[in-house]
Design a protein around this ligand. Sequence first.
Ligand SMILES: Nc1ncnc2c1ncn2[C@@H]1O[C@H](COP(=O)(O)OP(=O)(O)OP(=O)(O)O)[C@@H](O)[C@H]1O
Ligand SMILES: [Mg+2]
Length: 248
Amino acid sequence: MSNYTIERVNTGVPGLDELVEGGFPKGDTILIAGKAGTGKSILAIQFLYNGAVKYGETGVLVTLEEPPRLIKRNMMNFGMDLAKLEKERKLAIVDLSPSKEVTPVTMGEFPSFDLSGLEAIIMSHVKKLKATRVVIDTLSILAYKFRSRDILREEFFKLTANITKSGVTLLLTSEIPEHHLGLGVFDVEAFLASGVLVLYNEKISDTLRSRSIEVLKLRGSKHSSRIHPMRITEVGVRVFPGEISPGV
Ligand SMILES: Nc1ncnc2c1ncn2[C@@H]1O[C@H](COP(=O)(O)OP(=O)(O)OP(=O)(O)O)[C@@H](O)[C@H]1O
Ligand SMILES: [Mg+2]
């Protein structure tokens, strides 16, 4: 393979790889944005699960919001046994959820707050497991810590660049606040990410909502420019690449 060929990392999420030329570009940072409950966490964790089970790639999940106990319980509904992957050393879950009193994220507040502690923790797990997939869920929690957009941008840039420089593919989730027009806090995440996926769960009538997914950008890729239906089924997120969403 030449130096100029983009290596693709399969997500294994049914239907999704078809929208992105077979997978995410290896070593890139991909943002998954969406309002609350749109399926960001499930999709991101599916990427790790499939990596470990189908593609022989180990992963690190950094959870800043949901405690691992609940994540494991919820993913079990989709037949995904994360505890087993942990035991097999195919997955590390880094618990930085609010249930923990002191974390590298709560230690410092502005103006001293930076992301170097978080980076060190992530990289130590990446090295230990030789991980090639990392998920940070969610970036929004971190972004709220910063008072200045410039510092935030710089810190995020350092963090994502250092994690991905050895070929790790990084997925970040970001919550779009209700009634918000942009992609998230300060919209910096989209500026930094090489790719942006947006998940929707829009009301299409008084009694119906419809889930869909859009590849907003993906550098170096000829991706779908349509909004496609998506469902959360007994196997997790499922995308329907041959259909166009009626909803959005
Ligand atoms: N077993 C299931 N079957 C079908 N749908 C489910 C199932 N479990 C969860 N869901 C749907 O998935 C949603 C949660 O998905 P997820 O946690 O990935 O959302 P999120 O975008 O990460 O939300 P948040 O912004 O709150 O973190 C639930 O609100 C529910 O609608
Ligand atoms: Mg979530």
